[in-house]
Design a protein around this ligand. Structure first.
Ligand SMILES: Nc1ncnc2c1ncn2[C@@H]1O[C@H](COP(=O)(O)OP(=O)(O)OP(=O)(O)O)[C@@H](O)[C@H]1O
Ligand SMILES: CC(C)(CO)[C@@H](O)C(=O)NCCC(=O)O
Ligand SMILES: [Mn+2]
Length: 865
């Protein structure tokens, strides 16, 4: 369908989904993905030896995970594993991040300063890359073979050296499990020239489940009365559990640890199971099992005196489904009872996200155990075996990964595929857009929340707002597998200053139904303007317009999907939603929609900075401190994510609005801990050592607000680490953009200049001559680190290793802006003093959080002791 060569109208299968490779998807732009080593390190004895001749480190030696290129390695190391079951083939494959841009000066000098290179951290064999989940029907094995072949997955992907060089590796071995690994081994050899190395199915199921439960934060959930609830699994309290995999057959396994398990029951088909050993030796009356519960509906078919054809097929199906599901629930419960297990995890594609099935199983388990045992489901339910087979390579170091290394993304196509491939996989962004456009024109119902609404025209808002009801979308959870692409980012760390990472929740407000409805409207309303900016940022070309349309449809589709099922992508907070928007922009190759706005505002602000600094310098210490905090709060008004503020920008120049905002500052602020903060700052015997200052927006916010504040710390001999986004989000300043701004500001300020030099941000020659340096103290460094994020919010469970390293010696954390200190982290507790500064630029949020009003200011100081 996607590549339709016939010239005729493409056929659009009813249940079409696409394999979203999105190879074009923000290549190499994943947050903090800078540290990529190579996957080609092989720890598995079962694999051929690596040819290390000619190996060269790519990138800098100081990079803690340099990419190692092995030019002479016949690239026979596979990034693919299979589970070939009776009904479905599951495929898990890995794709490397594209080559990273070389590190800039800032990064190198910062890393040197922060002593990130301790050598001890080189241990990761893991690299940055992505894990994809795809499935095919076993009956259509050819589709699967074509897919593997078209992507050259068995040879490490089309980007691999051997594929590029055209070399023919002779002995490719791929891990495979499931019955089909035996049955179809010859076919794989014949068609792809690969040997399947069989892995035990139970081993794989257990390894897959253990990995998911350890590494994916919101993998397991309960399902009661149609409601999903994600369960946080404590690693120290995981075992033992019962794993019930319901595929074509049912496997029931008691899992006691990693690699420690015992198959306890069930190896029959789902139908056989009905007559199987449900009560196996147990007293019928003791467990209160009533045979009529399940038998009753079919009982009628006997007494009704009707023919089978008199019944509606859907009624029969439902009865069957209920019967099977109850039975699965009962057998599982009985086994749990037998072994004293409280938790039962269900996997396998039989369940395939069906609310009805999950509810029925849950009900049965709950009922028979009188609430003692819990049925839980897994988001990657069908991929346990394939994932386990993938793990068995022992070469990706996946077992070293923790939840904070994994970021799940939902590019168009991916969540919904989980694998039904019809037609060739989409090779690039252009094909993806074409695919989407066809559906838009047809207005076709599709399983994915892909495009919908009226056909797009111009790229300038020529699309409809998404409807919040799923009338254009078919709500079919069977296709919407809710499995995204797992980005492995080994360079992410838990922020070490979090008081308790286990209980930390970034989002301040739960994105419940009402809340989501509100944000749905906000984000939908904002969309036309965002598309316009995005398109302009790419030169306003036809290509950009087309991508703009596609982005709008894709993002609308996500919103519609989430409206339909808020838990579709796992536990989803506002931080995730705002990040999804940015990721969606990047998916359609809009890398910085606000680039020109940021530039304009930076320039205007830098022009008035010298005057501001002079004014500040004429004040005494206490007044200056107040003026600085006021300045931060006032300048936080420049936020292109806030509708109210954007409306204001039409009413004056940047400087006029800044002055107006400043004039309106009236204490006490809505939260006003300024006096406590001031006292702490003025304690001469206990100065701070290092302040981490997390900045928000470009322009006045950073130039007239945060930089002068940073300068105050520097002047007091406090080291300053400015923390900024790794990737653009709205008009937020990024870590890459910041050094230039600092250098510009340093031309007018000796303190900044010396500190920036000390921090390696600028070299002496770059600094200007105008700064007055006569009474400055011995200089402490000013540094810039990236935070690992590409969103207006921050989740401190996953920050860049740079930031984590910088946190080591920090005793003050300043968070600025709505996204980072209100929407997220308002209630976060840290191991160091924390100052949260923001202007509330949204009426509803002001009311909800503070019983206040839009433009209220928050100055929340939380000393540790
Ligand atoms: N398109 C599909 N075709 C066939 N079965 C499907 C499909 N989608 C979902 N299913 C369900 O998924 C089940 C198969 O699940 P799964 O893929 O986990 O098992 P399998 O690996 O094929 O079986 P086994 O491990 O017993 O060989 C089927 O029994 C059916 O209930
Ligand atoms: C998106 C953020 C968090 C960016 O700071 C902020 O602009 C915001 O919360 N906006 C709310 C939407 C609005 O009020 O229009
Ligand atoms: Mn912002």
């Amino acid at each position: 369908m996607a590549a339709n060569n016939s010239g005729s109208e493409p056929r659009i299968p009813e249940d079409v989904t696409l394999e979203d490779e999105a190879e074009a998807e923000a290549k190499g732009k994943a947050p903090a993905a800078s540290s990529s080593a190579t996957t080609t390190m092989n720890r598995s004895g079962s694999r051929p030896q690596l040819d290390l001749s000619g190996a060269a480190i790519h990138g800098t030696l100081e990079d803690r995970n340099p990419t190692i290129l092995l030019p002479n390695q016949s690239d026979d190391i596979s990034h693919l594993a299979l589970d070939i079951g009776g009904s479905l083939i599951k495929l898990v494959y890995f794709s490397r991040h594209a080559d990273q841009p070389t590190e800039d000066k800032r990064k190198l000098s910062t890393k040197r300063r922060l002593e990130i290179f301790t050598g001890a951290r080189r241990s990761y064999p893991v690299l940055g890359g992505r894990l994809h989940f795809v499935k095919f029907e076993t009956g259509k094995l050819n589709e699967c073979l074509d897919f593997i072949s078209s992507k050259q997955l068995h040879r490490g992907g089309v980007d691999s050296p051997s594929w590029r060089s055209g070399a023919q590796p002779d002995n490719i071995v791929i891990k495979a499990t499931g019955g089909g690994a035996f049955k179809y081994a010859d076919l794989f050899k014949e068609r792809l020239g690969v040997s399947l190395e069989k892995e035990d199915e139970m081993d794989c199921l257990v390894a897959g489940a253990n990995f998911l439960l350890k590494a994916i934060r919101h993998e397991a959930f309960t399902h009661m009365d149609g409601q999903k609830e994600y369960v946080q699994i404590d690693q120290n309290d995981l075992f033992p559990y019962l794993l019930v995999n319901v595929g074509s057959g049912v496997s029931i396994i008691k899992v006691d640890g990693h690699g420690k398990f015992q198959r306890v029951s069930g190896d029959n088909s789902t139908i056989d199971m009905l007559v199987g050993d449900i009560y196996g030796g147990l007293d019928y009356s003791k467990i209160g099992l009533s045979a009529s519960t399940i038998a009753s509906s079919f009982g009628k078919t006997i007494s009704d005196n009707k023919e089978l054809s008199d019944y509606r097929p859907e009624d029969i199906s439902l009865s069957l489904l209920r019967m099977i599901s109850y039975n699965i629930g009962q057998i599982s419960y009985l086994n749990a009872l037998r072994y004293g297990l409280k938790r039962i995890f269900f996997g396998g594609f039989f369940i395939r996200g069906h609310a009805y099935t999950m509810d029925t199983i849950s009900f049965a388990v709950h009922f028979w155990s009188k609430g003692e045992a819990k049925a839980m489901f897994l988001r990657h339910e069908g991929f346990l075996g394939a994932l386990g087979a993938f793990m068995s390579y022992e070469k990706h170091g996946l077992d070293d990964l923790s939840a904070h290394h994994l970021v799940e993304r939902f590019p168009m196509g991916a969540p919904y595929v989980g694998g039904k491939i019809h037609g060739p996989p989409l090779g690039d962004l252009n094909e993806k857009i074409s695919w989407m456009e066809k559906f838009v024109q047809k207005g076709t119902q599709i399983t994915a929340p892909v495009p919908m609404g009226a056909p797009a025209t111009t790229g300038m808002g020529g699309f409809e707002r998404p409807t919040s009801k799923g009338d254009i979308l078919r709500s079919d959870a069977s296709a919407a597998l809710n499995v995204g692409v797992l980005h492995l980012v080994p360079s992410l760390d838990v922020f070490p200053l979090l008081e308790d990472p286990k209980t930390y929740e970034p989002n301040t407000i739960d994105l419940d139904h009402d809340e989501f409805k509100y944000w749905f409207t906000i984000l939908s309303d904002h969309l036309p303007d965002l598309v316009e900016k995005a398109v302009a940022s790419e030169g306003g070309t036809d290509d950009a317009k087309r991508r703009g349309d596609a982005f709008a449809h894709a993002f609308s589709a996500h919103l519609a999907r989430l409206t339909e099922e808020p838990a579709a992508y796992g536990k989803f907070g506002l931080a995730n939603l705002l990040e999804l928007r940015e990721e969606c922009l990047r998916e359609f190759q809009f890398f910085d929609a606000y680039v020109s706005i940021k530039q304009r505002e930076n320039e205007a602000s830098l022009a008035v900075l010298p005057d501001l600094l002079m004014e500040l310098d004429s004040m005494d210490e206490e007044d200056r401190l107040l003026a600085l905090i006021e300045g931060v709060l006032a300048a936080n008004i420049f936020d292109w994510g806030s509708k109210a503020c954007v409306d204001l920008y039409n009413q004056g120049t940047i400087i006029e609005i800044y002055r107006m905002s400043r004039k309106k500052m009236q204490r006490p602020w809505r939260i006003d801990d300024f006096d406590t903060f001031k006292s702490r700052m003025l304690k001469k015997d206990q100065p701070y050592k290092r302040a981490l200052i997390s900045v928000d927006n470009a322009g006045a916010d950073v130039v007239l607000g945060m930089l002068p504040l940073a300068r105050e710390f520097l002047r007091r001999g406090v080291e300053v680490v400015l923390v900024a986004n790794s990737l653009p989000a709205l008009n937020d300043i990024t870590a890459n953009e910041l050094p230039e701004i600092v250098a510009e500001a340093a031309k007018h300020c000796g303190i900044l200049r010396k500190a920036a030099e000390a921090g390696g941000l600028i070299v002496d020659a770059m600094a200007g001559i105008q700064g007055d340096t006569k009474d400055e103290p011995a200089s402490v460094p000013l540094m810039v680190v990236e935070n690992g994020c590409g969103s207006p919010c921050i989740d401190f469970r996953q920050v860049s290793s740079e930031l984590a390293a910088a946190a080591k010696d920090a005793d003050l954390l300043i968070l600025e802006g709505m996204g980072r200190s209100l929407h997220t982290n308002l209630n976060a507790r840290f191991k160091c003093d924390a100052l949260k500064l923001a202007m509330v630029k949204n009426q509803r949020l002001a009311e909800k959080l503070f019983n206040g009003n839009i433009y209220d200011c928050i100055c929340k100081f939380e000393p540790v002791s």
